[in-house]
Design a protein around this ligand. Sequence first.
Ligand code: SAJ
Length: 460
Amino acid sequence: MKQELGDKIMGWDASFASRADSGDLSVGIIGLGYVGLPTAIGFRDAGFNVWGVDVSERIVNALYEGRNPLGDPDLDDMIPAPGSERWNITRNTAEATAACDVLIVTVPTPVSDDLKPDLSYVESAGRAVFEAAGKGNRKVVILESTVYPGVTTSTWLPILAELGLVEGEDIEVAYCPERFNPGDPNHGVRQVARVIGCSDPEVGESLVHLYRRLTSEDVRYVGKVEVAEATKVIENVQRDINIALVNELAQIFPELDLDVEDVLSAAATKWNFHRYTPGIGVGGHCIPVDPYYMMQRAQEVGVPAELITAARAVNRMMPRHVAGVLRELMYQSGVAAGEGRVLFLGWSYKAGVGDARETPTEPLAMNLIESGISVSTWDPYLSSDDIPDGITVVDDIGNTDGYDMVVLATAHPECMEIDWAALLTRMRTPILYDGRRVLNLDEMQAMGWKANAVGSPPRY
Ligand code: SAJ
């Protein structure tokens, strides 16, 4: 017996696509983090009745009060006011599942300390939904979290079997990778193309109608779930490999007395040369994480992912390489070993966002500290709580003196636009290191800095 609330059908049937077109669906979002919360807001703005679920009392209470629970300031003005229509927030997955036609799972898929994918959140969120879904309703459950090919079915179908639920009769399962780009208003949930994988083409095509109301960009059904799972992973694997290439070149060219940026800028005049920029390392919760999913799946089927693994190693080693360069710069400039004082401008993994996840500044700083160098940081996008112990947090960049080196670690506009001439007068040793290749080294050299950068021959 199909579940109905009043005269409403609560699940998939042949009317699903037309209900999606008219916004006459209830959509549940499980996990209200950096992906889930904008997704929930986006579906509500697209006219759907939305249920948002999170286990965090802090997140749920903030949303009850109409406050932004996350660090992304772009969301500050987007949180629906308390009591807004079509906006239901709860910590109870079963309550949301009963009230929705579609449940979208946007829970974390981190890698554990041994660099293996941690799928426990996907498993527990799916179980909570399936236990509440009931038989015969064909509730649609869509995983959006980044996983490797095969995870959705290998994690969720055994739970369905355990609960006596049958895909296509009681539940519909699909995969639609999130392509959310933190800190980029041009690529929010309403502006990115989406791909949908599902074992049932009719269901998959009907979900195109659902996502077409969410985003203005292309939405397409691409086949079975594994095709969509693989799509998202390789998008970020490709990015990691491309960045690894320029990071490896940034280690080679200074030894040839060449600046890698000169070479890359010249190569970029070729019509299909894809320009990437070397840096102190690769951070975030996507690029340094997703390749491990592909590596894991390749290992499971006995095909070594040698290029993916090697590229990941290059990027993972970049902070250690840069630490060695910084130590040599200080030594050559007469700074006594173990006495250097270094100031990082920026701590976040990416310019314009306050997010320290997997930031390469951390391994870089810890490597320097191990050799007795003290490290401070100024990042206007982060609070001192985001900075690990052992790092001195600078609150006022104008009140900094006695440093031997300043490292531009994150290309925040605020970091690029500091008063470099004033800072120079307060330095003990005037060493500059542009870790993101966003400064004009010749101008800085002319100002009086020993202007250095990742991939540039050293200036002592
Ligand atoms: N980085 C470099 N050199 C580059 C580009 C990036 O060193 O040429 C570094 C960044 O400094 C950062 C890390 O790599 O530490 C990741 O940077 P990112 O620009 O890839 O930003 P992310 O991690 O936020 O990646 C997200 C991804 N979006 C999704 O997974 C939905 C990615 O697919 C996007 O391409 C990327 O945003 C984007 O385009 O900004």
